[in-house]
Design a binder for this molecule. Sequence first.
Ligand code: B3K
Ligand code: ZN
Length: 883
Amino acid sequence: MRTNQPQTIYLSEYKVPAYLVDTVDLRFELFEEGARVHSTLAVRRNPESTEGAASLRLDGDSLKLERVALNGEELVEGDDFEEIGGQLVITNVPAQFTLTVVTWIEPQNNTRLEGLYKSSGMFCTQCEAEGFRCITYFPDRPDVMARYRTRIEADKLSCPVLLSNGNDVERGDLENGRHFVTWEDPFPKPSYLFALVAGDLVEKQDTFKTCSGRDIDLRIYVEPRNAAKCEHAMDSLKRSMRWDEETYGREYDLDIFMIVAVDDFNMGAMENKGLNIFNSSCVLASQETATDLAFQRIEAIVAHEYFHNWSGNRVTCRDWFQLSLKEGFTVFRDSTFSADMGSPTVKRIEDVTLLRTAQFAEDAGPMAHPVRPASYMEITNFYTLTIYEKGAEVVRMIHTLLGPDMFRKGSNLYFERHDGQAVTTDDFVKAMEDASGRDLTQFRLWYDQAGTPVLAVSDDYDAERGIYSLRIQQSVPDTPGQTGKKPQHIPFALGLLGAAGEALPLLLESGDKAAGAPTERVLELTDASHTFEFHGLAQRPVPSLLRHFSAPVRVIYPWSREQLVFLMSHDLDGFNRWDAGQRLAVDVIQSLVGFSDDAGVEPRLVQAYRALLGDLALDQALVDKMLQLPSEAYLIELAASPDVAAIHRAREQVFHHLATSLREELIACYHRNSEAGTYEVTPESIARRSLRNTALAWLLMISDDTGRDLALQQLRDADNMTDRMGALRALVNSDYAAERSKALEDFYERFQDDPQVVEQWFAVQSSSDRAGQLPQIHALLTHPAFDWKNPNKIRSVVGVFAGQNLAAFHNPDGSGYAFLADQVCRLDDSNPQIAARLVSPLTRWKKFAPAYSSLMRSALERVRDKSGLSADLYEVVHKSLGG
Ligand code: B3K
Ligand code: ZN
């Protein structure tokens, strides 16, 4: 616990490590009451370091030091070494030596879930970013790469399975019912990729033949009760391995690849070399217990972690400012993979929805930071949507600017040039430049400038000359610590549509031939203002701007509702069809904020939705996406000084009006998509289930008895979790109070022994403005299935309430804010990383209408004044109150 201000770390102060470590020899003695860690390091002075340091500094956190020896000689505290500010400083070391350090740690008492800890009786680790220092003293920074050999000793009965990185090279029995296994990882790696697992696990085994004909042993380790839930993750893994060979030419390198599922985990999963550790909710799935969304999420996360083997592990980050080097690139890779496995348009819609709703909000808030930050206090606070999602968009723009072939040449060069190295985002861009011959100097600003660029677009049509001109003005808003920004290099994809919806040829010069001319172009914006002229146009076209969302920017253009309705049904870019629908719905909802009269709901919106419900020619997954109204969170993000209650009411009003007007079509849609068939997880069946459940949700929203009966029947008959959860959610969000309670009770009764399902059961209530008011949320926190030590449970109640149940969280009496502040303070003592994440909704206080913002601020101040505030929470709270 600290009370002092944590230190700020600056990128500009980066220095190469003074000492390097070539090999790490570890021996873990695991016991119920703690663990002893013996570490022997082969250390040598770094020839590239200019520091004349004769002292070796090792990082440590919460360690009990038992012994230090140098070249076999015992060292004496005070004479030879000191423990200063968490570091172990060994004085007068030679240029090359062997250092032995023995530490004692208590995994069973580790509630932070960093370093070595216990989850459901199993030992496991999480070392990224700085967890290795909670295991032993070490230069815990990613540019120190070493080869690891790890011997694990434990009780044979409680820990029959002992795992670490690499290949198992030796195993045997010890006295007192104990045994050991030794693992050797031939690839040098940073300490954050170290992993250890010891417990009573079952193994699901499979194999994969690589492109060069090597057989890889694939294993997923789970608790025995979960043995039947690994198939989907295993299939996803094999698909990822094949895809990475085909798309990036990346073959797996070790002979064995392991995944372990653990229940208590701070995030989704971790890419430790050869031994990925997953949050159970991101790996376990079965038809009965996992929704389609969970199936898709598991596939994406398995792929993401697997792809890290090259983008992250073989080529790693020099320092944590470069985090997006591996995260942005790997998110881009997993997103392309998911697009290839399903519908690219739908995947793009999902990614952009997250980006525009949450990343844009981050980029406009007090924690805004560049994709490559210049400073941080606590690195765990920087695993953000900006690093991950905006970082992925930046790589995606490079892909767009270079084209697929040059991009592949660039990625090949990057992997070859930097294999086994710890590098920077600049090295990545340089490889892309060198392979393609393109100059990305200005493009690099995407890594340095925070804030979402704004493009103000205006147009003009000269009927006489047949010229349509488009003026695009770029500005990048100020963010904390950054003002007066330069224009960025932005790929702007567009098309023009004729009156019948036809794609018009884009002729940039007056003499250009229409035949064979492209109907879509990527314009490159580099200046604050550009004007483009399109020739040979007999009529004023309708512009389709920023197709595929070709850059993470806000586009401002005075669309008429007529244009939006037209684009919704005619744009050739599926993404922009969806986007036009969203813009229309946003416009309609916004115009109703503050008014309570239904009569104002735009009839063209109803017509457009009616057309969608009847459009069987269009990809049904896209139809389903287009039917979703913009979320409250997105509407709030778009508003200048949002009044949450008014936005909530306006959205509900539009919802009701649409559902009432389209009742017949919704019932037909429900039945059309309910045709019996065997359960499959294919894009088509997923779309069918989703549409059916969308129709159900809408019908229950207007308290339609037919809808209620369909929901109850679906709940009785469902053979899969998507349908069961769809029906439950519709009932929970309805006014049928008796049915809702009964459905919730029955559901819990049935699934109470399955933690992943119970998490969904918590979330469906916490997210509901009907079932998730504060008294009910309090009741969930005292429910027997709730567990303050389990991040998933905390997220599914507290996180979901504050992040998704916005009307209740923003209750004008401030009770939602006070509640969150209480929970954050409580959690800070046990798990500061989770506390700092959960507080995030309060940090946006400045954005809201005054009545809300002052209450949010007081709640935040109360967190600030908590005694013994962690560094994690300190940084977030002070930055959001301070500026
Ligand atoms: N690299 C990990 C995230 C680690 C977070 C540490 N606080 C998972 C991932 O992005 O793949
Ligand atoms: Zn990652």
